[in-house]
Design a protein around this ligand. Structure first.
Ligand code: HEC
Length: 118
């Protein structure tokens, strides 16, 4: 909201021309921040089982004997959110650990990892 009260750019003509690219820029910066937040949360809450890159080789699996999750494949955002919120099989719900915004950020990061593995 504070953004709306920022002083207008000095070269207003130039600002107008660049308006859409500035908006795009802002959006990509926002998702970059979300991705960074997602990575932090993923490292804390998920990597112990799923591994840092999502291949299913976390420490708890390798050394702790926990059931091995499959590598992330062909998941969509909705499906990932569903598993984070309600759990699946031996994986418990993370609803009480991550709030809605955090679950969304982690889910996006999982999608990102999935892309990286392709
Ligand atoms: C205690 C270990 C453990 C933790 C922590 C954990 N998971 Fe899982 N996860 C599993 C296991 C095991 C499965 C496979 C469950 C099954 O299919 O029975 C799984 C399944 C999944 C799936 C479904 C994969 C598929 O192919 O259907 C997703 C998505 C997922 N986890 C995401 C996450 C995210 C995101 C986090 C962190 C918020 C997380 N998990 C934390 C062990 C864990």
């Amino acid at each position: 909201m504070d953004d709306m009260y920022q002083a207008p750019a000095i070269e207003s003509d130039k600002a107008e021309i660049n308006e859409s690219s500035v908006a795009l820029d802002k959006q990509s910066k926002m998702s970059e921040i979300d991705l960074q937040e997602g990575e932090k949360l993923y490292t804390i809450a998920c990597a112990s089982c799923h591994g840092a890159n999502g291949s299913g080789d976390g420490l708890v699996v390798e050394k702790g004997g926990h059931a091995r999750p499959n590598p992330y494949q062909n998941l969509n955002l909705e499906g990932i959110l569903e598993v984070i919120t309600n759990g699946k099989g031996v994986m418990g719900s993370h609803k009480s650990i991550l709030d809605e915004n955090e679950r969304w950020q982690v889910a996006n990061y999982v999608l990102h990892l999935q892309e990286q593995m392709k």
